[in-house]
Design a protein around this ligand. Structure first.
Ligand code: ATP
Length: 529
């Protein structure tokens, strides 16, 4: 029970303190879309900064990139997304609810316990939200919520899934409970489509990218030609991705618009296993170093039949989210993608004329066969020490920024009794805390606000600071605890005498006196930024 209460608490704290709002709330809300408020945007930016610092800036073998979201449609033909990025769904003929076939349970083996249903009801209620949201939630049901929460989603190869699609006659609709009332399974494409160009005749169907990775492969040659990178090296990118997911919910865990942080690390075939291990360790430690508790983090190796046909290995970093009965869910996938993507794009480049011939109809295009000497194709790498050309292998750590934000929020959240009152706080690592230092005059007189403003103006050049002179100082501390601010400075009567201030630590609530001259150095040291 405490687990579910925890997500409930997080959702309401996020709204109350301006971390995360429902999108378009003034118009009734837009389901599965969220906006980051003043504290949320700082937190999310800090997560991205921490990833960029660790994956790009602290390394000599990784460079960054920022690609456009809209790309040439052939990118998605070559990558396989245009044909294969879909879930297999079936529609209930009684209530018209569409559910993923792999999420359907047989009537006899419906494993949803009363407790799970109760917990999930609480979860859905806890999300509150606008009428539009609630309607969409009602439509998608309690059972679906449990599924979306406890199942591991994988996007499927349509043909393979259709071939494997089981008999649905014994399957139960999670919305209305009807048994065996489903339509035949049909593919539901996950890429969002849009039109580019003003003229109806020559406008072109485009896709919002479902992952950032393909922009990296498409720029592999550009990076090779314009920098001095030598294999092994990586290209990293953070950016928005879009997937028309069949089921969303669980707050920002699974949404249709989200942000990813992806690295494609190119290495010589034969060294890939070693780099796979390297990135597994580096990425796991990143979460630990930013404060996630070790007992809430684990690896999950993919079973061989779960692996994409081209992948040599894949492991998920999972976090124990407080959904349902407390579930392990993917935060990040780390895959050995072999040389698949670059080889596919070489095939795509050879196919470009068909794109013109078919007026851009991707369904009519078949990718050209691979050239016999593909190892020396346009996306190959020349190793000038070994004097040989090859297509590098790729290790891909692919993380979700929004999911990480949720994990950091959940993990940092704490409640404790202090002198008979409940203190809510976010024990964020200093690197992630949206505000680093709160600065308060004890009272609004005797020159204290002036000194406090001077300190604020000085420190804000180095750290994100917040100045507050309203209300009792105890309440000001509590507000900063809830925002996760690691330190608060109070200017009081003694400051006027000896130029010292009180420095209060969020976690221990200990207070020390420190001279105003030494504040910057002391905070720099403590915040370790
Ligand atoms: P899932 O199994 O949860 O659908 P996936 O295996 O399809 O995820 P990847 O394609 O490996 O996900 O994407 C890499 C990361 O992007 C995921 O680990 C996750 O953190 C994030 N991500 C993927 N889909 C979503 C989504 N709909 N909403 C939020 N984050 C997402």
């Amino acid at each position: 029970m405490s687990k579910i209460t925890k997500l409930d608490d997080i959702v309401s704290l996020c709204k109350r303190r301006g971390f995360i709002f429902q999108s378009s709330e003034i118009y009734g809300g837009l389901a599965s879309c969220y906006d980051y408020g003043p504290l949320g945007v700082e937190l999310k930016n800090n997560v991205k900064k921490a990833w960029w610092k660790s994956v790009v800036q602290m390394r000599d073998d990784v460079v960054g990139l920022d690609c456009s979201i809209l790309m040439h449609p052939m990118v998605w033909k070559s990558s396989g997304h245009a044909d294969k990025f879909a879930d297999l769904i079936a529609e209930c003929k009684k209530c018209n609810t569409r559910t993923r076939v792999d999420h359907l349970q047989a009537a006899a083996e419906d494993k949803k316990t009363d407790k799970e249903i109760e917990l999930t009801k609480q979860l859905l209620d806890s999300m509150g939200g606008s009428p539009a949201e609630q309607t969409s939630r009602r439509q998608s049901d309690i059972g679906g919520a449990i599924d979306s929460i406890r199942q591991h989603t994988e996007h499927i190869d349509i043909d393979a899934a259709a071939a494997k699609a089981q008999d649905l006659s014994n399957k139960i609709c999670p919305n209305c409970g009807a048994v065996g009332a489903f339509t035949d399974p049909m593919p539901f494409k996950l890429m969002f489509e849009t039109q580019m160009g003003a003229n109806v005749d020559d406008s072109m169907t485009m896709y919002l990218r479902p992952e950032t990775a393909q922009g990296i492969f498409a720029n592999f040659r550009n990076v090779l030609d314009t920098t001095r990178v030598k294999i092994p090296f990586g290209i990293a990118q953070i950016g928005k991705s879009f997937r028309n997911e069949v089921t969303t919910k669980a707050f920002i865990f699974r949404t249709r618009e989200f942000e990813q942080a992806e690295l494609e690390f190119f290495c010589e075939p034969g060294t890939d296993d070693q780099w796979f291990e390297h990135w597994k360790e580096a990425r796991f430690n990143w979460y630990l170093n930013l404060g996630l508790k070790k007992e809430n983090l684990r690896f999950r190796e993919h079973d061989p039949d779960e692996l994409a046909h081209y992948a040599k290995g894949c492991v998920d970093v999972e976090y124990r989210f407080p959904f349902g009965s407390g579930d392990w869910q993917e935060l990040e996938g780390i895959a050995n993608r072999t040389d698949f993507d670059l080889r596919q794009h070489q095939r795509g480049m050879r196919t470009l004329n068909k794109w013109y011939e078919t007026n851009g109809d991707l369904a009519k295009i078949e990718l050209s066969a691979e050239a016999e000497d593909y190892q020396s194709g346009p996306l190959s790498y020349f190793d000038d020490q070994q004097k040989k050309r090859y297509i590098p292998y790729v290790i891909e750590p692919s993380a979700g920024i929004d999911r990480s934000v949720l994990a950091f929020l959940v993990d940092a959240y704490d409640e404790e009794e202090v002198r008979g009152e409940t203190r809510n706080l976010l024990r964020f690592s200093p690197a992630l805390a949206p505000v680093k230092v709160g600065i308060f005059p004890l009272v609004k007189k005797e020159g204290m606000p002036e000194i406090a403003v001077n300190i604020y103006n000085d420190l804000k050049r180095y750290f994100n600071c917040f100045y507050d002179e309203k209300g009792a100082v105890g309440r000001r501390y509590r507000r900063q605890d809830e925002a996760g601010t690691p330190f608060c400075i109070t200017i009081d009567g003694q400051t006027l005498q000896d130029q010292t201030v009180t420095l209060r630590d969020r976690d221990s609530m200990d207070q020390i006196r420190i001279s105003t001259d030494g504040l910057k150095t002391h905070l720099r040291d403590k915040l370790d930024l």
